[in-house]
Design a protein around this ligand. Structure first.
Ligand SMILES: NC(=O)c1ccc[n+]([C@@H]2O[C@H](COP(=O)([O-])OP(=O)(O)OC[C@H]3O[C@@H](n4cnc5c(N)ncnc54)[C@H](OP(=O)(O)O)[C@@H]3O)[C@@H](O)[C@H]2O)c1
Length: 340
C-alpha cells in the first residue's frame, strides 16, 4: 500500500514588517506510523486569524514556532486513525492544529499551551462553523459583546474591522439587542457589503473617509459602545472624543500591532475620565467555561436567521500563506477560512 503523504507549510524565516510568500515553505513528507496514545487528524478547515502570526516571531515563549516548524492555527479535522482512548476514527475535532494535511494529537487538552482547547465538535455542527462563528472568532464576538459592551435597545454601537470575522458577528449581536450599529472597515466595497449584507445601519471607510466627520454625521448623539479590533491610536482618539457618558469600549483585537507597528499611541485620558468610559479587554482563549453558553446562543441565532455567519473561503492547502495575507491586506469579507 502506498504510504500517505503529509503536505505542510513550515516557517522559513521570521516575518518582517509585512508578510511575504517566502516567509513560509511548502514541504511534503511521508506520514509516520502512529504511536501508542496518539490519534491522527486529517485537517479539513483552517482558520486564518491575525493573531497566529505572533507565534512566527520570537517572544511567544513555548508557543514560538521554530524556523522549520509547522505553522499552527485553529482548525477542524476528522480523526482517521486512533490509538488514543476516547477518540475513534470519524470523530470531528477542533483546536490548535496546523497548516498541514495531518496532525497527530496526543489527548492533551491544549496542543498550544494556554490557548483554545482541543475538543470534539458537537454533533450537528459543521466543521467550518466550528472554527468560525462557533469557534474562537464567535467566542470573542459573543463574550466581548455580552460581557463588556452589554448592548441595549436604542444605543449606538460602533465596531471596527466590521467586515471581518469577529467584527461582523459583534455588530450583528448588538443589532439583535436593538442597538443602532455603525461599522468601520477598510474599502468602499466592504463598507457597502457591511450595510447591504450584514444589515448594519451605516459604515465608514477608514481608508478614505474622515472618521470623525462621518461619526458626527452617522452618530449625532454620540457613541455608547465601541468594539475595537484594529487598535489604531488615531481611530481610538476620534472615537473616545465622541463617547457618551458611561460608554463602554471593548478592547478585542490589536491587528495593527501584530505586524510590528506596535504603537498604541497616547490615550485620550480626559475623555475617558470625564465621560466615565469603561474600557475592558476580552480574551476568549481562557474562557472555556463560557463556550457552551456562547455556542448555544450563537447557534440558536443562526438557526433563527438572526445572525449571518459570513465566511471568506479559500480552497487548497497550497494557498495558506496567501489566505493569511488577506487578513493583513483587509481583503477578507467575513471569517477568513481555508478549505483543504
Ligand atoms: N480577544 C480575543 O479573545 C480574540 C479572539 C479572536 C480574535 N481576536 C482579535 O480580533 C481581531 C479580528 O480577528 P478576525 O480573525 O476576525 O480578523 P478579521 O477582522 O477578519 O481580519 C483582520 C482585519 O484587520 C484589519 N487590518 C488588517 N491590517 C491591519 C493593520 N495593519 N492595522 C489595523 N487593522 C488592520 C482588516 O480590516 P479593516 O481594514 O476593515 O479594518 C482585516 O480585515 C484580531 O485583532 C484578532 O486578533 C481577539
Amino acid at each position: 500500500m502506498r504510504q500517505a503523504i503529509n503536505r505542510k507549510w513550515v516557517l522559513a524565516r521570521r516575518p518582517g514588517a509585512s508578510l511575504r510568500p517566502d516567509d513560509f515553505r511548502f514541504i511534503e513528507s511521508p506520514v509516520p506510523p502512529l504511536g501508542e496514545g496518539k490519534a491522527m487528524v486529517r485537517n479539513l478547515w483552517l482558520s486564518l486569524d491575525p493573531t497566529q502570526i505572533l507565534f512566527a516571531y520570537e517572544g511567544s515563549g513555548e508557543n514560538t514556532i521554530p524556523i522549520g516548524g509547522t505553522m499552527r492555527c485553529i482548525a477542524s479535522g476528522q480523526v482517521v486513525e486512533s490509538k488514543l482512548p476516547g477518540f475513534t476514527p470519524g470523530d470531528l475535532v477542533q483546536g490548535w492544529l496546523g497548516w498541514e494535511d495531518y496532525t497527530v494529537i496526543d489527548g492533551s487538552p491544549q496542543l498550544t499551551p494556554g490557548l483554545f482547547p482541543l475538543t470534539k465538535i458537537p454533533p450537528g455542527v459543521a466543521p467550518n462553523l466550528a472554527v468560525g462563528a462557533l469557534g474562537l472568532t464567535g467566542m470573542a464576538a459573543y463574550l466581548g459583546t455580552m460581557d463588556v459592551a452589554k448592548p441595549k435597545l436604542g444605543e449606538t454601537f460602533v465596531v471596527s474591522s466590521a467586515a471581518g470575522g469577529v467584527g461582523s458577528l459583534a455588530g450583528q449581536i448588538a443589532k439583535i439587542y436593538g442597538s443602532r450599529v455603525i461599522g468601520i472597515a477598510g474599502g468602499k466595497e466592504r463598507c457597502d457589503r457591511v450595510v447591504s449584507e450584514l444589515g448594519f445601519d451605516g459604515a465608514i471607510d477608514r481608508r478614505t473617509e474622515d472618521i470623525g466627520a462621518r461619526i458626527d454625521e452617522l452618530c449625532p448623539g454620540g457613541i455608547d459602545v465601541f468594539f475595537d479590533n484594529n487598535a489604531l491610536p488615531s481611530m481610538m482618539s476620534v472615537i473616545l472624543a465622541r463617547m457618551r457618558p458611561r460608554g463602554r469600549v471593548v478592547l478585542c483585537g490589536a491587528t495593527q500591532y501584530y505586524m510590528g507597528e506596535q504603537s498604541t499611541g497616547g490615550l485620550d485620558h480626559i475623555s475617558v475620565i470625564m465621560k466615565r468610559v469603561r474600557m475592558e479587554g476580552v480574551y476568549a482563549n481562557d474562557s472555556g467555561d463560557r463556550f457552551p453558553e456562547a455556542r448555544k446562543a450563537l447557534r440558536a441565532w443562526i438557526l433563527e436567521g438572526k445572525l449571518k455567519p459570513v465566511e471568506d473561503v479559500i480552497v487548497g492547502l497550497e494557498n495558506a500563506p496567501s489566505a493569511l495575507m488577506r487578513v493583513f491586506e483587509g481583503a477578507n469579507f467575513g471569517k477568513q477560512l481555508l478549505k483543504i
